[in-house]
Write a protein that binds this ligand. Structure first.
Ligand SMILES: Cc1cc2nc3c(=O)[nH]c(=O)nc-3n(C[C@H](O)[C@H](O)[C@H](O)COP(=O)(O)OP(=O)(O)OC[C@H]3O[C@@H](n4cnc5c(N)ncnc54)[C@H](O)[C@@H]3O)c2cc1C
Length: 503
């Protein structure tokens, strides 16, 4: 398979480039508020928002207040997953902490159902809601880097690419996720797995300060010295404790180039590739990040990709890969010195906003051969034909461990320090007629995979009930409940991997 054929097969699978929803926000012309509006409350009731109160709110915000009549309401209500089709009563497009404080105050006054939005990439659509208020932080988008102190300050509505762009100018970086149009807000608060994690930990492990507006409308700064317990909970505990308005991150001198790229194999070689991946990662040094991605695209044969990012001497990195290359000749080999910024955007076009997506995931200590066999069996079935001829399904296994496991399990709210792998099964399709069979196939597949998992990463959660949140926060759950009782006793912020208060 050459590069052109490979690109064609991506297109056949519907993996085309598109702008993420954050790019859809245009400048907001002020909406004329003509009357009262009905809205949904925190507990599912209905409340009428008087015209005058809405006008006052609009006046007090520097950002826009959108209602269903607003010209750009339709684009602003969209999130990354096209499956989510919710219509909030109002969207407060906050430009800074003052707007967020006002929006939280207004939500409290009217006891509104509240969703908080960052980059809008929650696959289950937790950053929007039906009939309530969306506190949209996406206009809080800025980044500044201090190359002397190696600290970056980031507006909480920024995307990952914003931080990489500014820090790479100085040869610096912090661990972030693998798709640059993902929001920093949700990813950081939930943990943050990425290519630099084995060397430098999770995104949240590199957070030195978070500024947050809590449910009672207070603006707090959380660091190791100020509000340390809140600082603990905001690193992995998700959006449970308030609306983050800014993050400060520790940066690392990685330079601007890494040894990176991918080895592509035809799907028939998947059993050998999986086995080689398990062996390779079990002995890999922490400077080596590796993922395996098995794709069963629509209309055609799938393929398996090994993806690498090595921070170190290129010759040493090449030597580590030599046994893999020798054992199986890849169809395409793109591994070589590569700009880090290119690596960080390499998956962007394959994950466009607006398609219909569903996923399930689990963390694992080891990669059992039986688990890999199940993955293969399910993807083979998918390739053999399902009801929806266009659906593209894939399984991604990301190697964790290294610096992620250096942090004690109670060092931050993120609870999976003992996990060595994160596995995600994801389907993407375009025709809503196939929602049910596609979701059922994925659920059935994951039901077979789940017994091999030890927990659930909150940032990949699709349904959130207390048992799921307990699986996400494991031994840290009770401490998070204490924190929730203190900062959000009425569960204003519950559209997330929710920790239910007990007061
Ligand atoms: C294409 C894609 C690639 C991904 N890659 C990775 C990856 O490599 N590594 C990884 O770890 N995860 C990854 N994820 C998962 C990602 O971490 C979560 O989807 C994350 O929630 C996205 O954050 P967001 O701000 O874009 O999402 P949103 O949908 O805006 O928010 C997600 C959750 O966070 C809350 N939230 C967001 N901003 C704030 C804020 N300012 N204050 C309080 N709460 C807030 C929301 O209320 C919601 O509950 C990926 C997801 C997608 C769709």
């Amino acid at each position: 398979m050459d590069r052109r054929t490979f690109n064609k097969s991506l297109l056949a699978a519907g993996w085309t480039a598109a702008l993420g929803p954050a790019a859809l926000h245009a400048a907001t012309p002020a909406t004329k508020i003509k009357g009262d509006l009905d809205a949904v409350t925190r507990t599912g009731g209905v409340v009428t928002l008087p015209k005058k109160a809405l006008q006052q709110l609009q006046k007090s915000l520097r950002g826009g207040l959108l209602i269903p009549d607003s010209a750009n309401y339709e684009s602003a209500r969209k999130v990354w997953n096209g499956m989510i089709d919710k219509r909030p009563a109002i969207i407060a497009q906050c430009t800074g902490p003052a707007d967020v404080m006002r929006a939280v105050e207004f939500s409290r006054e009217h006891d509104l159902l509240v969703a908080v939005r960052g980059g809008g990439h929650s696959i289950s659509g937790k950053s929007t809601c039906e009939g309530g208020i969306v506190i949209d932080t996406s206009p809080i988008r800025y980044c500044s880097v201090n190359p002397q102190t190696r600290i970056a300050r980031l507006g909480a509505g920024s995307l990952l690419g914003d931080l990489d762009h500014e820090s790479q100018r100085f040869g610096l970086a912090t661990p972030l996720g693998t798709v640059s149009h993902t929001g920093a807000g949700g990813l950081t608060l939930g943990g943050g797995h990425g290519r630099l994690s084995r060397s430098y930990g999770l995104t949240c492990d590199n957070v030195v300060a978070v500024e947050v507006v809590t449910a009672d409308g207070r603006f707090l700064r959380a660091t190791a010295e100020e509000n340390p317990e809140l600082y603990w909970g905001l690193r992995g505990g998700g959006g449970n404790f308030g609306v983050a308005t800014a993050f400060e991150y520790r940066l690392h001198p990685i330079g601007t180039e890494v040894l990176g790229g991918q080895l592509f194999y035809p799907f028939e070689q998947a059993p050998n590739v999986f086995e080689a991946f398990a062996e390779f990662t079990a002995g890999a040094p922490r400077e080596m990040a590796a993922d395996v991605i098995a794709l069963s695209p629509a209309k055609g044969n799938g393929f398996v990709i090994l993806s690498f990012c090595y921070l170190g001497d290129y010759a040493k990195g090449d030597k580590l890969l030599q046994p893999l290359r020798a054992a199986m000749t890849p169809k395409i080999d793109t591994v070589g010195p590569e700009p880090y910024s290119k690596m960080q955007t390499s998956a962007d076009a394959n994950t466009p906003g607006g398609k219909l997506y569903y996923n399930k995931s689990g963390l694992m200590k080891t990669l059992e051969p039986d688990f890999l066999n199940i993955v293969l069996k399910r993807l083979q079935e998918a390739a053999a034909g399902r009801e929806d001829p266009e659906v593209a399904s894939n399984v991604i296994v990301q190697h964790l461990g290294g610096a992620v496991s250096d942090v004690p399990v109670d060092g931050t709210a993120y609870a999976h320090r003992d996990a060595s792998y994160d596995s995600v099964i994801l389907s993407a399709w375009e025709n809503r007629d196939y929602d049910e069979p596609n979701i059922n196939w994925l659920k059935d597949s994951f039901a077979e995979m789940e017994p091999y998992t030890i927990g659930l990463y909150s940032n990949h959660m699709v349904d959130s009930d207390t048992s799921k949140a307990q699986r996400a926060f494991r031994g840290n759950y009770d401490r998070l409940v204490e924190l929730k009782n203190e900062y959000d006793p009425t569960n204003v912020f519950h559209l997330n991997a929710n920790v239910e208060p007990t007061v």
